[in-house]
Write a protein that binds this ligand. Structure first.
Ligand code: IPE
Ligand code: IPE
Ligand code: MG
Length: 250
């Protein structure tokens, strides 16, 4: 059992700081990305252990194509290797893998690997692990609006029917709960075009720790911080206290 009185159902992480971690050690940036894989394993294990339902990791943003060609190539290779190497471990741990983002931009080979990894873990019923690859919050909203516009054009939907629920249902992971907690490592206090619409009420946790150093104690510290948040969703603290008292132990 877990020591927390509230845990996120959906945790999203901006895994930042690999490059700086490597630079601090006089190593090439690629060494930082490789070291970051161990932190991914830790995060997956910890989520499974605490019964968190969904973990979404920002692995490559829509804007990361702007990096030097060599680094982009290295990240693609690492992604491919991880897809190949980690699937067995995911199946063993009952983790279902999904990739979110504009996958058409990836090579045919990569797209096949992604599809294979998703199929191999499709029967798993534990943690859902979403890897955001070539993902951008603006891309997500834009593709959702495009889907709805096409349905209006086809006469299936009227413009007047488009409300928040319809937009939400066209987004990348409409079948899953919105992120409750978003963690960013690496010291920056920004979203960098990660999940936008669905984080409207997420708690935001920023830490200076670099992603390869984000170990189990660091993960626990973030969960403890989340546990201390009062999630008001626009209401007052007094209203929430009243509800708690009125509903007994629930
Ligand atoms: C995050 O680490 C990983 C990716 C964006 C792929 P960075 O590569 O951004 O590391 P820093 O921010 O340069 O330290
Ligand atoms: C965000 O990190 C993207 C990922 C972690 C994949 P960046 O390092 O790309 O963000 P900026 O450019 O510093 O905002
Ligand atoms: Mg960075």
């Amino acid at each position: 059992m877990t020591e927390f009185s509230q845990l996120p159902r959906h945790l999203a992480i901006i895994m930042d700081g690999n490059g700086r971690w490597a630079r601090q050690r006089g190593l090439p940036r690629s060494a930082g990305h490789k070291a970051g894989v161990a932190s991914v394993r830790t995060a997956v294990e910890q989520c499974a252990l605490h019964g968190i339902e969904v973990l979404t990791l920002f692995a490559f943003s829509s804007e990361n194509w702007k990096r030097p060609e060599k680094e982009v190539g290295m990240l693609m290779d690492l992604f491919m290797t991880a897809l190949r190497g980690e699937v067995k471990r995911l199946v063993r741990n009952d983790v279902r893998l999904r990739i979110i983002g504009e996958r058409e931009a990836f090579s045919g080979k990569m797209q096949r690997k992604i599809a294979e990894a998703e199929t191999a873990t499709a029967g798993c019923t534990g943690l859902i692990l979403q890897i955001a690859a070539n993902y951008g919050g603006r891309w997500d909203i834009t593709q959702a609006v495009g889907q709805l516009a096409r349905r209006v054009e086809a006469g299936e939907l009227r413009a007047a029917d488009i409300d928040e629920t319809r937009i939400a249902s066209a987004l990348a992971f409409a079948d899953l709960p919105d992120p409750d907690l978003m963690i960013r490592t690496g010291g920056e206090r920004r979203i960098s075009n990660f999940i936008l619409w669905q984080t409207a009420y997420a708690e935001l946790y920023f830490t200076d720790r670099l992603w390869p150093d984000f170990d189990q104690p660091a993960f626990m510290e973030a969960l403890r911080w989340f546990d201390g948040r009062q999630r008001r969703f626009g209401r007052t603290g007094e209203q929430l206290m009243g509800e708690r008292l009125g509903s007994g132990d629930r």
